[in-house]
Design a protein around this ligand. Structure first.
Ligand SMILES: [Zn+2]
Length: 568
């Protein structure tokens, strides 16, 4: 391919709305162009990388026993209503009506669609297991599209779904997919690590997310170097040793006007902020619950929901907080709330808490010297906060570290949540009808592309891994108007193509500096320089993008192709 024959438009400046390096580089290197907030066009370079990632996904899915299909992105509402997700998806789902006023959705995912499909196909255990996938555009009405392809309104996903005879068989499929994912990301040149995650409302709790570790990642992941435990912070568990000494002083009410923050209240009382107990009122399936956590910690609503065995937990509004406690949000506490029968749960970090400060359930008042066991009716203690750096691993007791990640894939055990809703049954050996057990498996294909850039770039531009680079090699023809130089460049191109290498010849009449800058910005893995001066001096220059100038090799034209292939 010749540069002048394709469409490559690099930009000098970073787009103003780009916050992270990979987003800036996507635009500057001409991989994507923005159409509107959260909507992007893949330009020829981006399209080539995208196709390569898709091909790797295809090969690994096929090798793992899955078959590719393509379902409509436009989905009828009836399917979503069967599982209650027409309402549950809320504003995240793009909805529209067809001309007959039928509700439709632009699919954010396809569990309902595929389960409906399989319900009409599966009849006997002999057909199972079945495992299908598609690579398709998905839609999500993001509140705030940002970070380029990371959080866009339209994105390309590989979504796969498996149907097995029972949980044991589904488990086997799950781990087959897990291993396929490890291979997919490794082949894309991405360092992606599997971490345990919460299954949420997707049925069974067993799930792994694959995260590309990067400082710009949106997700926080807890790692334990001691035992290798890795979990996202929604899921990560911690243990706590008692930290409170016994304080026998009686509870004392303190007027705390104008003390807005925990530190202000503590300072007002001459105590340390760590003595503060933060109390929040939640609604768990409609029932108010008071939740107490150490003052410097945040409630993990996933853990809270699991602990309470509730379908949903949401923070109570001001009116309910006042109704339950008798005070505004800043002065809520577990000692004598207005509603005496409200259930109060506390984080394990508060076990044995004594000498603490709590809200007095009276505006602008706090209580000090509180002993939770003595003065409050705590229904139970559990790990209810988001883990943080330095917490103690629940598995081995070593310290947890927090790192950032970009979620590029996820494997889920769905159980029978969907097959029950659609009555997806098969007849077993005894002709008894049994529900199929499902799994689902996603790869963010367009997101993977950007994650590769986020993990692999420097100040000059992208450094593509050879496997997913738009072109593996750029031949810089420095003198396109000189016949001999162009002949060498074109012959080298032809020879590389024969050897199965993806190559582009930069045949623009531009200064070398401009060409080299673009080559570094786009990040072709190998750069070859062909110029009149070089040829007179003995050959062509070969350099990998990830090497510095000192590693440039002058190679005789006859050996160039072999050297380039070796460099890939
Ligand atoms: Zn550990």
């Amino acid at each position: 391919m010749k540069w002048t024959k394709t469409l490559i438009q690099t930009l000098r400046d970073n787009p103003q709305d780009a916050e992270i390096d990979s987003h800036k580089l996507l635009m500057r290197a001409g991989i994507c162009r923005k159409t509107a907030a959260g909507l992007f066009t893949f330009m020829p370079l981006g399209m080539r990388s995208l196709k390569k990632i898709e091909q790797i996904v295809r090969e690994e899915m096929d090798a793992a026993g899955a078959s590719e299909i393509l379902m409509p992105a436009l989905q009828p509402s009836e399917l979503w209503r069967k599982t209650g997700r027409w309402d549950a998806m809320g504003a995240n789902m793009f909805r529209l009506k067809d001309r007959a006023e039928r509700d439709m959705a632009m699919g954010p995912t396809a569990e309902e669609e595929v389960t409906d499909l399989m319900t009409n196909i599966i009849s006997s255990y002999r057909q199972l297991p079945l495992n299908v996938y598609q690579i398709q555009t998905k839609f999500r009405d993001e509140t705030r599209p940002r970070f380029g392809l990371m959080r866009s309104k339209e994105f390309i996903m590989k979504d796969g779904y498996s149907f097995d005879v029972d949980a044991e068989a589904a488990d086997k499929t799950y781990w087959t997919m897990y291993r396929a994912y490890e291979r997919i990301f490794a082949r894309c040149g991405l360092k992606a690590t599997p971490v345990q995650a919460d299954g949420g409302d997707m049925g069974d709790s067993m799930t792994h997310e694959f995260h590309a570790l990067a400082d710009a990642g949106e997700d926080a992941i807890a790692f334990c170097d001691g035992c290798g435990y890795a979990a996202n912070t929604e899921k990560a568990e911690r243990v706590c040793n008692p930290v409170f000494g016994k304080v026998d002083a009686p509870v004392e009410e303190v007027h705390t006007p104008n003390a807005k923050t925990i530190d202000q209240v503590a300072a007002f009382m001459g105590l340390d902020g760590s003595a503060f107990v933060k109390s929040l009122v939640y609604l768990a399936d409609g029932e108010p619950v008071m939740v107490c956590v150490p003052g410097d910690r945040d409630v993990n609503e996933v853990k809270l929901r699991r602990y309470l065995g509730a379908k949903s937990v949401t923070l109570a509004d001001y009116a309910l907080v006042r109704d339950v406690s008798g005070a505004g949000v800043g002065s809520v506490g577990p000692v004598k709330p207005l509603k005496a029968d409200v259930r109060i749960v506390a984080d394990i970090g508060l076990k044995g808490a004594s000498g603490c400060i709590v809200g007095a359930n009276k505006d602008d008042y706090h209580l000090k010297n509180v002993d939770l066991d003595r003065d409050a009716k705590i229904a139970g203690y559990a790990d209810l906060v988001i883990v943080r750096e330095g917490d103690v691993c629940a598995k081995c007791g070593k310290k947890i570290t927090i790192r950032r990640g970009i979620e590029v894939g996820q494997v889920f055990k769905l159980g029978t949540k969907y097959t029950k809703a659609f009555n997806t049954v098969y007849k077993d050996e005894n002709a008894a009808e049994t529900l199929c057990v499902m799994g689902c498996y996603g790869v963010g294909v367009s997101r993977t592309l950007q994650a590769v850039i986020e993990q692999s770039h420097d100040k000059d531009g992208i450094i593509w891994p050879s496997s997913v680079a738009p072109y593996q090699v750029v031949i810089e023809n420095l003198d396109p108007s000189v016949e001999e130089v162009t002949k060498v460049a074109d012959e080298l191109e032809a020879e590389l193509v024969r050897r199965g290498v993806d190559v582009i010849v930069d045949d623009r009449e531009e200064r070398p500096g401009v060409k080299f800058k673009d080559a570094d910005l786009i990040g072709f893995p190998v750069r070859v320089v062909v110029g009149a001066k070089g040829l007179a001096g003995g050959g062509v220059e070969v350099k990998r993008r990830d090497e510095d100038k000192s590693k440039t090799r002058i190679v005789p034209v006859a050996d160039a192709a072999a050297e380039i292939v070796r460099s890939l």
